[in-house]
Design a protein around this ligand. Sequence first.
Ligand SMILES: C[C@@H](C(=O)O)C(=O)SCCNC(=O)CCNC(=O)[C@H](O)C(C)(C)COP(=O)(O)OP(=O)(O)OC[C@H]1O[C@@H](n2cnc3c(N)ncnc32)[C@H](O)[C@@H]1OP(=O)(O)O
Ligand SMILES: [Co+2]
Length: 134
Amino acid sequence: MNKIEHIGIAVKNLKDSNELFSKLFGEPHYKVEEVKSEGVKTSFFKVGNNKIELLEATKKSSPIAKFIDKKGEGIHHIAFDVDDIKAEIKRLKKEGFKVLNDTPKKGADNKLVVFLHPKSTNGVLIELCQEIKE
Ligand SMILES: C[C@@H](C(=O)O)C(=O)SCCNC(=O)CCNC(=O)[C@H](O)C(C)(C)COP(=O)(O)OP(=O)(O)OC[C@H]1O[C@@H](n2cnc3c(N)ncnc32)[C@H](O)[C@@H]1OP(=O)(O)O
Ligand SMILES: [Co+2]
């Protein structure tokens, strides 16, 4: 794994949270992207070399809606950048981690993504991201 790609924060209202985090960072978000397959609307902030993803649920069955119902708003996942996502899936499965999707799926910001179940990672939902190259 190369580095933290982004940290995902679950929010109830993306518009309100965009304002709040713009004040916090002193800079507005640089993009908004809906990922229908995940039931989320996301916005991204750059903080130095780091990226923060805010996530609002777009439907009741969204993982973000469920998370907020159970735990409230807050840090939802940590995403790590990888070069070869398929090789990482294979390696991590061998190590006993519970990979939630065997086939990488299209995430936000031009990435292929895979999630590891938080029950296999000390309660932290982990996302792996590989940049999609043309
Ligand atoms: C667009 C994109 C991108 O960056 O490109 C994204 O990030 S999309 C981000 C949104 N997409 C995802 O999160 C996809 C991967 N997530 C999932 O498949 C799901 O959310 C699961 C992680 C499998 C949980 O789903 P499930 O239906 O089992 O929910 P559940 O509410 O019954 O939760 C089962 C147990 O996991 C815990 N749990 C659920 N979500 C959690 C989270 N984010 N961090 C830590 N623990 C979590 C619950 O509290 C519960 O624990 P207890 O049993 O102790 O009560
Ligand atoms: Co994410």
